[in-house]
Design a protein around this ligand. Structure first.
Ligand SMILES: NC(=O)c1ccc[n+]([C@@H]2O[C@H](COP(=O)([O-])OP(=O)(O)OC[C@H]3O[C@@H](n4cnc5c(N)ncnc54)[C@H](OP(=O)(O)O)[C@@H]3O)[C@@H](O)[C@H]2O)c1
Length: 332
């Protein structure tokens, strides 16, 4: 079968479309005829220098997909099964992939394959960020006794960012988000973001101080690394939480934990690759996400779709940080 292979560590030039042997799913896995794949920042890291617990090259790229379950004989090209979207650690960007049966979910009837491929990583990650922040209980009416919770979402116009805005809107949260681009911020505001902060024009710590009248936010969703973990702590109010889940700048996160003392602030980690092995947790997350899906409240935001043959361009776009929402590869 045809697959996008990372031939060695490096830039997008190391990606090659190759013929690879068909997969042999284990009894716990389902085999899927892939129609589309969602590109994630983790795919860049896997290509550039490896990603924790991922085999070294050569290996087939990709960690999320949509398609049709192949029922019956695995060598048969006919799929015939239900439409699914799924999550795996690698090998999703191929004509067929195998994923653990607990990590494939039914596709909403009215969704395209591209929308479905853009769902799993971003929406589960964003959901778990609210969970780690202790903000899943809705606060829809700010006039009632409980004030509206506030969250700062870094890279708000990205894949996880646009998912976090949609969930935050459902939860009645006042959201602040950073981006390098006015155009991207304007588009995220249409999704429900109330306060956009262009970090090229203004330091976000100062902006949060002004916009919250010095109070700060309840939580920051932080995925930039470097100096941004400590800066995010400066944005929270007393007992606020910084949820760290990435280092998109490529810089090692810097934090002197003594800055946490005064506000009783805390920093929490989040890694979907690890949490995805926790079946009860994933089931409870899907229970809530699927209710919101059925109510038509969640819509993956897709910036660009590329054919698999143009994967180099898709990876380059993500590497340059120019994407809005998700980048999707059309495979089937
Ligand atoms: N821990 C987990 O389980 C988990 C799961 C999913 C994702 N993540 C992490 O979450 C982050 C977002 O992932 P994503 O796939 O949704 O990507 P993304 O947000 O779609 O893309 C990254 C965005 O980060 C912003 N950015 C700021 N500084 C950057 C820099 N120096 N280089 C590149 N981008 C920069 C850019 O937006 P602006 O131009 O608007 O600033 C860019 O579009 C990544 O760090 C990823 O590793 C972690």
């Amino acid at each position: 079968m045809k697959a996008l292979v990372i031939t060695r560590f490096g830039g997008p030039e190391v990606l090659e479309l190759q013929q690879v042997p068909d997969l042999r799913p284990t009894p716990e896995q389902v085999l899927v005829k892939v129609e589309a794949g969602g590109l994630n920042f983790a795919d860049l890291m896997t290509m550039q220098g490896g990603y924790a617990n991922t085999p070294k090259p050569p290996l087939t790229a990709g960690r999320e997909f949509s398609g049709c379950e192949i029922t019956g004989d695995a060598t048969n090209d006919e799929s015939g099964g239900r439409r699914v979207m799924g999550y795996t650690q690698w090998a999703a960007f191929a004509e067929k992939t195998a994923a653990h049966r607990n990590l494939v979910w039914p596709v909403p009837d009215n969704w395209t394959a591209e929308q479905a491929a853009a769902f799993p990583v971003t929406f589960f990650t964003a959901y778990f960020a609210y969970w780690k922040a202790g903000l899943l209980a809705p606060t829809p009416d700010p006039s009632k006794d409980k004030p509206r919770a506030r969250v700062l979402i870094q890279a708000v116009a990205g894949g996880v960012g646009t998912a976090a805005v949609q969930i935050g809107k459902i939860l009645g949260i006042e959201m602040f988000g950073t981006s390098s681009s006015e155009d991207k911020l304007a588009r995220v505001k249409e999704l429900g973001l109330q306060h956009g902060i262009n970090y090229k024009q203004r330091d976000y710590v100062d902006a949060i101080k002004d916009l919250t009248h010095g109070e700060g936010v309840d939580a920051v969703f932080e995925m930039l690394g470097g100096e941004h973990v400590a800066k995010s702590v400066r944005c929270v109010r007393d007992f606020g939480r910084v949820i760290v889940y990435g280092a998109a700048t490529g810089e090692t996160p810097q934090i002197d934990t003594r800055i946490l003392y005064a506000k009783g602030a805390s920093v929490h980690g989040l890694w979907l690759s690890y949490l995805s092995g926790n079946r009860p947790l994933m089931e409870s997350a899907w229970k809530q996400l699927s209710e919101w899906l059925a109510a038509g409240k969640l819509h993956p935001v897709i910036g660009k779709v590329f054919p698999l043959e143009e994967a180099h361009t898709a990876y380059t776009l993500m590497q340059e940080g120019k994407n809005y929402g998700k980048i999707v590869l059309k495979i089937g």
